[in-house]
Design a binder for this molecule. Sequence first.
Ligand code: FA5
Length: 359
Amino acid sequence: MAESVNNLNGDSAERSGEDRIAAVRDAGLVALSASETADALQEWRNQYIGRSGEVTLLLRGVGSLPAEQRAGFGQAANRLKNELEAAYGQREAAISVLTGPIGAIDVSLPGRSPAGGRLHPITQTIREITAAFGAMGFQTFEGPEVEFEGYNFDAMNIPSDHPAREMFDTFWLDRVDEDGNKSILLRTHTSPMQARIMETHEPPIRVVVPGRCYRYEATDASHEWHFNQVEVMAVDECITFADLKGTLYEFARRVFGPERKVRFRCDFFPFVEPGVDMSVDCFNCDGDPACRICRGSGWLEILGAGMVHPEVLRRSGYDPNKYTGFAAGMGVERVAMLKHGIDDIRHFYTNDMRFLSQF
Ligand code: FA5
């Protein structure tokens, strides 16, 4: 084609120059609308507006035309170049809408599977504990983490002058009551739910209450300043200490397996009488004095328990001469540590995916 343009001469040559431009234009536009893939579009670009494309060759031929034809032909060829470049741009955009940015997507590549979420190990443990009690007929309840002093302490037989308040390092909220005392706190245990449930339900009661608790205390391998407990409570006529032991043994068998050893010892809580704590044998050692989990005792305490104190029953509106009950409060993180052999409670809340993705 460059040859034919170079040979243009006079009017008829001008005429044939315009025809040439029109011919390139028509062929180019037809070929462009037939280009449907990124590869075809690239080929079209090379053929028409690329460095050796037809429009470029037309422009290169301008210098060899007679002087009087150069301006007219050059302008017409430039207009054609602009027109075809604009048409190319539109066509590229239209194809991109259908196939994505040209070259950006390789539809033959296998897809990427989305990262799957899972339940936190503590949530899994709570569900396992509540399911074990659920199988024994216990219903699950939940209650407030921000609690009144009256439920957290007084209803639990711990009046404000009682030394047992020292057992709980408490986070108090700034709000003060009319006497100038702080009366709202982050609950230190799930036991206030004993009173809340007895106030609103008639016996017989068999409940488990999982939830977060908060204590203003230093952390170590087995203590966190926030942790989860599951409160267990059964109240009815004729409930005895044998029911307490039988239920907690069965829970331990279901959650830890039959080979795990369980130990009860006397303990004091103002809201039970008598009171005990229950420990499970340490997974980490055999009574090694250097063990940082059990500190050489060979046992890890997982819960406090006892027969519901008659005063707690009375304060909640139950007749202690008619009803008896047992209650327990267990540490969920301690249960998870024993089940999975985790040697530091703080792993649960550092949000390290290398740890969490193992569960
Ligand atoms: C109580 O909180 C009593 N309310 C339990 C109770 C309920 C007794 C009903 C009698 C009747 P204690 O402070 O021991 O008791 O805590 C109970 C369990 O919570 C402990 O055995 C332990 O497993 C867990 N726990 C306590 N403090 C922490 C802590 N800082 N970090 C992790 N777990 C803890």
